[in-house]
Ligand binder design. Sequence first.
Ligand code: FAD
Length: 381
Amino acid sequence: MTIDDHRTEFAAAARAFARDRLAAGALERAHAHGYPWDVAQLLADQGLLGLTIPERDGGQGGTLLDAVTAIQEVGMVCPKSADVVQAGNFGALRTFAEYASDEQKARFLPGFLAGTALLGLAMSEPEAGSAVTDLTTSAMREGDDYVVDGTKIWSTHSVEATVYLVYVRFGPGVSGIGSVLVERGTPGLEIGKPSTYLSGEDWAELRFDGCRIPAENVLLGPGGFKRQISGFNVERLGNAARSLALGRLAFTTAREHVLARRQFGRPLAEFQGIQWKFADMALALDSAQLLLDRAAGGAVDGLPSAYDTSVAKLAANRAGFLAADQSLQVMGAMGYSTETLVEYCFRRTRGWMIAGGSTEILQNRIAEEVLGRRFSQRVAR
Ligand SMILES: Cc1cc2nc3c(=O)[nH]c(=O)nc-3n(C[C@H](O)[C@H](O)[C@H](O)COP(=O)(O)OP(=O)(O)OC[C@H]3O[C@@H](n4cnc5c(N)ncnc54)[C@H](O)[C@@H]3O)c2cc1C
């Protein structure tokens, strides 16, 4: 079987599963708060969690392209369920699986892969957003333990996660940055009052105040930052894939609408002003898909290159949002209302232009590659 045949067959199976098991509650799930643990179990039973994790670690032993295919097929049917595919394949879990010790894998992976535990990524801080290496949350060695102090904000699943992968500073400079695992309920970790994004997703401040963890919970010690970002490129492709899936979902919903809805005595689809919007959406979605496939297909040992990832995420974030925005427009008040998923796709795709490396930070990264120079964003000392 060729790679293309495999992908077609795998996509068809994921699509059939999504239509059969996830389509019915998709609209309701999009507006519900909280993590859909029932969907996590369903996806685990279907073998859609841990797709790229080796079989010896309890995963499916598939490729990054398989994971992209799965998240898109699920996302085009039920956007909220695609977040579970993200958490179980692309998010902090992928970084964890790449760098965890055998003992850490034995302790945490079974729950993550069974859909009964959830890993959140705690990287951003009040004074360290795009400038993530300015983070100040510290982990200081005390005997056999580390004591974590600091504050994290904006984390996806921060309200429900059972474990947090926390970027910390063991010492000064970029080389002092690494990461630790902190379990929910650890004394010294306080989870703040939930707040809500435009998308309806909840997040909560994570406050670490003398939070003591065993040394076995260090994932990557000092010097681990570069490796964490390699793992984070996978997370970025998950964001890109969902941007395109939700853009495509809005696009297909709008396509049906304009073929059926009549104004001035004819279907909306017969107006050229509407047709050209679809042409622009198709161009944006299809071209971004090729870039996403290039990034995922070209991954070495499951990790995509920084350049391919940046180009793919930038194109997909723009295309997904453009498609959701234009789909909403051609559907008029129906697009703007909660009768369909289109307005939700609009709100969600907007967030991915900020999350996981904003579009501007991606542009900076691409420009450096193109010009063959590194441009520090910091004030010269
Ligand atoms: C939906 C969502 C989910 C998220 N999930 C997580 C998560 O799970 N874990 C986590 O740790 N964080 C998460 N974040 C936070 C996210 O990583 C940050 O929002 C992002 O890094 C940007 O940081 P900031 O919001 O502080 O914006 P800032 O860094 O303050 O930037 C503000 C604006 O300035 C632009 N800008 C900044 N620097 C430059 C520059 N050098 N050149 C050009 N433009 C620049 C930015 O692109 C942006 O448009 C999430 C955010 C969102 C919206």
